[in-house]
Write a protein that binds this ligand. Structure first.
Ligand code: AP5
Ligand code: MG
Length: 192
């Protein structure tokens, strides 16, 4: 199986590139952000709890997202693999993911980290905020808090995957096509 963690700060292009990668490599897309927004739109209890945290740019509790991912992986048996987008975001999430995959006799193939400077992230997200309807894209302070939470809670995961020799940095500024090429090169290198 090809199991990719597509990593990077808010606005790095994880969602944009996931769409292309899953088509090329026949993978299942697991975005905890998308799943949580679907829960919010469906008005579930989980969605209601998550909304107040997401709208402030804070993380949803680990046990909530780990449960969601576990369910989705179990429901997608016999697939080529997964793209994890926006998950894991904390060390407990990364450890839980390893355990879930181990039970399926598989594991993470690599973490590809999209690197984009902070000012560019802020411009991208506020620009999208004009049309996306995402409350967390509307306000500059919320966008800045999302980046702060990323730097504090999520960035340490680089070292988690570096220690397993699974980490690759990808330059995330440029055209969507050029970045896609770099991601494919990295994936094909690991597969070979
Ligand atoms: P999530 O949905 O994961 O959002 P995020 O990580 O903040 O990132 P985005 O989805 O905004 O950005 P992206 O990297 O996907 O970039 P995109 O392709 O969209 O999480 C949202 C919230 O849910 C979290 O804050 C948290 O509260 C909660 N949550 C989710 N997962 C969680 C977890 N595991 N644990 C706890 N809480 C969790 O691109 C962004 C914009 O840039 C777009 O407009 C795009 O068109 C544009 N763009 C893309 N590529 C380029 C390029 N090359 N050049 C110029 N513009 C570009
Ligand atoms: Mg996204």
């Amino acid at each position: 199986m090809l199991n990719i963690v597509l990593f990077g700060p808010p606005g790095a292009g994880k969602g944009t590139q996931s769409t292309r990668l899953l088509e090329k490599y026949g993978l299942v897309h697991l975005s905890t952000g998308d799943i949580l927004r679907a829960e919010i739109n469906a008005g579930t209890v989980l969605g209601l709890t998550a909304k107040s945290l997401i709208d402030k740019g804070e993380l949803v509790p680990d046990e909530v997202v780990i449960g969601m991912i576990d369910n989705k992986i179990s429901a997608s048996a016999n697939k080529n693999g997964f793209i994890f987008d926006g998950f894991p975001r904390t060390t407990p999430q990364a450890k839980a993911l390893d355990e879930v995959l181990q039970k399926k006799n598989t594991g993470i193939t690599c973490m590809l980290a999209l690197e984009v400077p902070e000012p560019e992230l802020i411009v991208r997200l506020l620009e999208r905020g004009k049309v996306s309807g995402r409350a967390d894209d509307q306000d500059e302070n919320t966008v800045i808090n999302r980046i702060k939470v990323y730097n504090e809670s999520t960035l340490p995961l680089k070292d988690f995957y570096k220690a397993q020799e699974k980490f690759a940095a990808i330059h995330g500024v440029g055209t969507v096509d050029a970045i896609f090429e770099s991601l494919c090169e990295a994936i094909d290198g690991v597969k070979a």
